[in-house]
Design a protein around this ligand. Structure first.
Ligand SMILES: Nc1nc2c(ncn2[C@@H]2O[C@@H]3COP(=O)(O)O[C@H]4[C@@H](O)[C@H](n5cnc6c(=O)[nH]c(N)nc65)O[C@@H]4COP(=O)(O)O[C@H]3[C@H]2O)c(=O)[nH]1
Length: 842
């Protein structure tokens, strides 16, 4: 990786050096010069007049040496001749130089290290520019804060040496030379202090004053300041009074020492060097921290699972991490220097990228989802964050892009969406999505002034499959039904599963309502083809109701409800068909309501009655039994067939009291017939599933048997195949209890369900009644004949007696007789009639 963070620069050093003033800026351009033979007193005079502390001894261009106030200490004040000596004989040589461009900090360190007090300043070509002294440094270093922080006591050496006022100038010069100081305190007899300095001695050299006592020339009083005053205060005082020494007083008022410019300078240097070291230390630490951060950042980027791309300000890739390579397939070498647009998928348009760059420009960051293309061409969605990186001056230097592949996230999202809107078994849209689609289709039809249709598709008797063959088979059937439905419809149409065995199809853009009818017919035909589920081959029939929009409704709820009404009509009409919704169908529902109310009163108003149909023994042709069949003599409607009101009675629960009434009536009738000598006749009574579920059912039968003195063995209760299948273990138990009463049990309509042999064995059954569906065409349809024969054999193998229902002709009877059928029932022997008309056996 290319480093992302600029390495911390030496900010502190930078600050220090930028504030430092160069020697060239403070040097006084005028240089006091004299030839080598100049008498010492003359040189000193020049210096005293101009108040400078040194004079250069030059010979033309050549600098021979320098004579300074310091050198004045070497003059023998006791010998007046010494003032006339040529300056060249007492000067210091060679002259030390510094260049103009060094800064005052560096100069201060040289003053200290080389124990110098003056330097000749030269330019790059060696030309003399002036003299720089320690005073210049102290006055110009611009580091007042160091001086403010330190007090005078830090530079006081506490070794005050005061000269007596009667000491000679020679004593003073010697003392200063030996002590290495540039001034001496003079104590007067009255206890007062004065001061004598190099400058005084230089002046005395100029005036050739010998044999004087220091008390005569010392300056007094001595300027003083307390030791807890700051160096800064002392420096200001020195500048203000134009002196170079100051006395420092202790707290008790006694004189502690003299402090000079050079003392202040050395104090300051100390602070400066300390500060410098501190700055360097801080810089090192910052550098270390910065390097540590850098290392950490590099590791994070290196090991990040998210792809990272760094570009320069022109969006050229300068660095990528390993995750980038893993996600895109491009190695670093392949992309360095290139524009990240090489990943573009083409899925986002120009406007998208324009907006992205605009956002980066104004806000410095962009985040969003984007489709990119891997090196292998594969498209993938990524979550991308781009950040514009600027330097400390706000100048754009880089872009950093961090992205992660969100394909899996998207897939999960899609999966969840799918679960919310699709039926997991068939993969079809569910009710929620159907509502959306239907809404859209209605709106579309409205806009286009067109039409559409809703088909309510319900599989006939599907419950039986589930109950008999198990849910796995049921599920297979539903999945196959879904596949066939999809095939029957156009791509733009929607087919959804509403739950259970109900499906709904939406047909859009209908040119003619007949098209909906054609589609329904196509669906019924397609579903009727046998379905192989597991080892079973099943034939499914379907009932479909159709509502047309906008005619039959303008909202999903109404359209679905009306298609549902139409579908029930199709079921009523014998299933396996479709019906277009008609407004009158709802009116028919109202009729149902009226019927229900009337049925409630049917028993109390004695509108119910029984008809009886004979059963004959095939072998003898003798009437062996009578089946009781319920009739409703409605005051207005006339005789209502059981098929028209028994489902309603079952639905409302009325079948329970009605069923009891039927049984009681049948037994009473049997008692009457017995009484008239027909004691061998058996009675057969139909039961409905609802009755079997009624808790008190067995007790009711037992009560009726007792009440009517009915011989249980002569009563056969008929159950349908579907009743057995709908039932649970509870039904077996109920049947067992009925058998315990001595009652016989028959299975009605046998063959229309999906009962298996094993299934039948579970129930305590005595008789099987072959559904008349198989008898109807038995002469022409060899398949039906084979089924009838198989049922007879099956029944016999289970020890059951077999009855053929709906026998209408002698030919049918002959065939059944040939197959070994035990009993027969049908119009051929007698229609259901009132008891009085029943053809009792002889
Ligand atoms: N085409 C044709 N039909 C024949 C022939 N022989 C008899 N049938 C009809 O077949 C039905 C036989 O009754 P089911 O199968 O038990 O079918 C019965 C039975 O399931 C139910 N049902 C009748 N009475 C009662 C009852 O008291 N209780 C209960 N729960 N259901 C009843 O209503 C169904 C219809 O009864 P029904 O209309 O009386 O219709 C009767 C009868 O009239 C024939 O040769 N050809």
């Amino acid at each position: 990786m290319t480093p992302l963070f600029p390495i911390a620069d030496d900010a502190l050093l930078h600050t220090l050096s930028s504030h430092a003033i160069t020697v060239g800026e403070v040097v006084h351009p005028s240089i006091l010069e004299c030839p080598p033979h100049t008498p010492l007193s003359e040189a000193a005079r020049l210096m005293s007049e101009l108040r400078v502390s040194s004079i250069l001894v030059v010979d033309g261009d050549a600098v021979l040496g320098i004579w300074t106030e310091r050198d004045a200490l070497a003059v023998d004040f006791d010998d007046p001749e010494s003032f006339n000596r040529p300056v060249a004989t007492v000067m210091s040589a060679p002259v030390r130089t510094v260049t103009r461009d060094i800064n005052l900090h560096q100069l201060a360190i040289r003053f200290r290290d080389e124990r110098m007090r003056h330097y000749l300043v030269v330019d790059a070509s060696g030309q003399r520019c002036g003299i720089v002294s320690q005073t210049d440094v102290v006055l110009n270093q611009g580091i007042e804060h160091y001086l403010k922080l330190r007090t005078l006591d830090t530079v006081v050496k506490s070794r005050l040496h005061a000269l007596p006022a009667d000491a000679t100038l020679g004593d003073a010069a010697r003392y200063m030379r030996q002590a290495g100081t540039d001034a001496a305190v003079v104590r007067f007899a009255d206890g007062d202090y004065g001061i004598i300095t190099e400058r005084d001695l230089t002046r005395l050299v100029a005036s050739r004053s010998a044999n004087l006592q220091v008390g005569e020339v010392a300056s007094r009083p001595l300027i003083t300041v307390t030791e807890n005053a700051s160096l800064y205060h002392a420096r200001c005082l020195l500048a203000e009074r134009r002196v170079r020494h100051i006395g420092v007083l202790r707290d008790d008022g006694s004189l502690a020492d003299l402090v000079s410019f050079s003392d202040i300078l050395s104090g300051m240097e100390l602070a400066y060097v300390h500060e410098l070291q501190h700055a360097l230390h801080e810089r090192d630490q910052a550098l270390n921290t910065s390097q540590r951060n850098l290392h950490l950042a590099e590791r994070v980027i290196e090991t990040s699972l998210e792809g990272i791309v760094i570009t320069d300000a022109e969006a050229r890739i300068v660095s990528v991490n390993p995750a980038f390579t893993r996600l895109t397939g491009y190695s670093a070498a392949e992309v360095l220097g290139r524009n990240p647009s090489l990943l573009n998928s083409g899925r986002q348009d120009k406007a998208f990228y324009a907006e992205m760059w605009q956002r980066l420009k104004t806000e410095g960051q962009w985040q969003g989802e984007i489709w990119n293309r891997r090196k292998n061409g594969e498209l993938y969605p990524e979550l991308l964050t781009i950040t514009a990186i600027t330097d400390r001056n706000g100048r754009l230097t880089n872009y950093a892009a961090v992205f992660s592949d969100i394909s899996e996230l998207k897939a999960n999202e899609a999966h969840i969406r799918h679960l919310a809107y699709y039926d997991p078994l068939t993969g079809l849209p569910n009710r929620r999505l159907l509502d959306d689609r239907l809404q859209m289709a209605i709106a579309h039809a409205q806009r286009a002034r067109g039409r559409g249709a809703v088909l309510f598709i319900d599989l006939d008797r599907f419950k039986r499959i589930n109950d008999t063959l198990g849910h796995e088979v049921g599920d297979e059937v539903l999945a196959e039904v879904a596949r066939r439905l999809c095939k029957c419809l156009r791509e733009d149409d929607t087919v959804a599963r509403m739950g259970g065995d109900e499906f709904i199809a939406i047909l859009g853009d209908l040119t003619d309502p007949d098209d909906a009818a054609h589609s329904a017919a196509r669906i019924i035909g397609a579903l009727r083809r046998p379905i192989i589920a597991g080892e079973h081959e099943l034939v499914i029939t379907t009932s479909i109701g159709i509502s047309i929009f906008p005619e039959d409704g303008r909202d999903p709820a109404t359209l679905i409800k009306n298609a549902d009404v139409a579908m029930y009509r199709a079921k009523d009409e014998g299933r396996d068909s479709f019906q277009l919704y008609q407004a009158t169908m709802n009116a028919r529902s109202l009729e149902h309501l009226a019927l229900e109310t009337a049925l409630h009163r049917a028993i109390s108003r004695a509108e119910l009655l029984l008809h009886f149909q004979p059963l004959v023994e095939v072998g003898s042709g003798q009437i062996m039994a009578a089946e009781a069949l319920l009739r409703w003599q409605h005051p207005q409607l006339g005789v209502v067939a059981p098929a028209d009101f028994i489902p309603l009675a079952e639905e409302t629960g009325l079948i329970v009291p009605i069923g009891e009434w039927v049984l009681r009536q049948a037994c009473e009738q049997h008692r009457a017939w017995r009484a008239s000598g027909h004691s061998r006749l058996r009675m057969m009574v139909n039961l409905s599933a609802r009755q079997l579920r009624d808790e008190g059912f067995v007790d009711m039968v037992s009560r009726v048997l007792a009440d009517t003195a009915m011989p249980a063995a002569q009563l056969t209760l008929e159950l349908t195949e579907s009743m057995l299948m709908e039932g649970s273990g509870c039904t077996v138990e109920v049947l067992e209890r009925l058998r315990t009463l001595g009652v016989r049990l028959a299975i009605d309509d046998f063959g229309t369900g999906y009962s298996s042999l094993a299934y039948l064995k579970r129930f305590p059954i005595d008789e099987l009644k072959i559904d008349r569906l198989f008898i109807r065409d038995i002469e022409r349809n060899s398949g039906d004949a084979a089924i009838a024969e198989a049922i007879v054999k099956l029944g016999h193998s289970l020890g059951l007696r077999v009855v053929a229902e709906g026998v209408e002709s002698a030919a049918q009877f002959a065939i059944l007789s040939a197959h070994g059928c035990d009993f027969a029932q049908g119009y051929h022997f007698g229609r259901p009639v009132a008891a009085a008309e029943f053809p009792l056996p002889d």
